[in-house]
Design a protein around this ligand. Structure first.
Ligand code: ATP
Ligand code: MG
Length: 143
């Protein structure tokens, strides 16, 4: 299995609950290398662009409200098989359905406010990393 990158976002509930450090600690303890991170407050259009595939879903406007409700932290992560390994670490979208020991099981309140995002395919990871970390935004030794 090759070394791969994925995009995580520590969502606004994670930052608000002062879990930024704890969640990053769990991610690093699971063997991921943090390549880049950048706390920022998303505008509506940036959040809408990120979740464009969900535009027609009934939860879309609530999702955008939530993702713009405070600062979040996009993070570029690297590990063997990173995309799938990270999805396993965070658990199911709905914390009620997430496996024991996953980050969402331990910290998320509900399906809407679920602490962390993880890319769901290698192709999406590439696009999502580029969405937040353009040319020169990943430190040289990690680029
Ligand atoms: P993410 O893309 O944030 O990592 P995911 O891939 O597990 O989550 P998606 O199906 O891509 O889940 O949904 C994107 C986000 O939209 C979810 O993380 C959640 O915050 C929100 N969401 C999805 N389904 C619902 C729903 N039924 N009700 C409320 N919010 C939802
Ligand atoms: Mg998703």
């Amino acid at each position: 299995m090759a070394i791969e990158r994925t995009l995580a976002i520590l969502k606004p509930d994670c930052v608000r609950k002062r879990l930024t450090g704890e969640v990053l600690r769990r991610i690093e303890a699971a063997g991921f290398k943090v390549c880049a991170l950048h706390m920022q407050k998303l505008s509506r259009s940036r959040a809408e662009g990120f979740y464009e595939v969900h535009r027609e879903r009934p939860f879309f406007s609530g999702l955008v409200d939530f993702m713009t409700s405070g600062p979040c932290v996009p993070v570029v992560l690297e590990k063997e098989n990173a995309v799938n390994a990270f999805r396993t670490l965070i658990g199911a979208t709905d914390p009620a359905e997430a496996d024991e020991g996953t980050i969402r099981k331990d910290y998320a309140d509900n399906k809407g406010e679920n602490i962390v995002h993880g890319s769901d395919s290698a192709e999406n990871a590439k696009n999502e990393i580029a969405y937040f970390f353009g040319e020169g935004r990943i430190p040289a030794d990690h680029s």
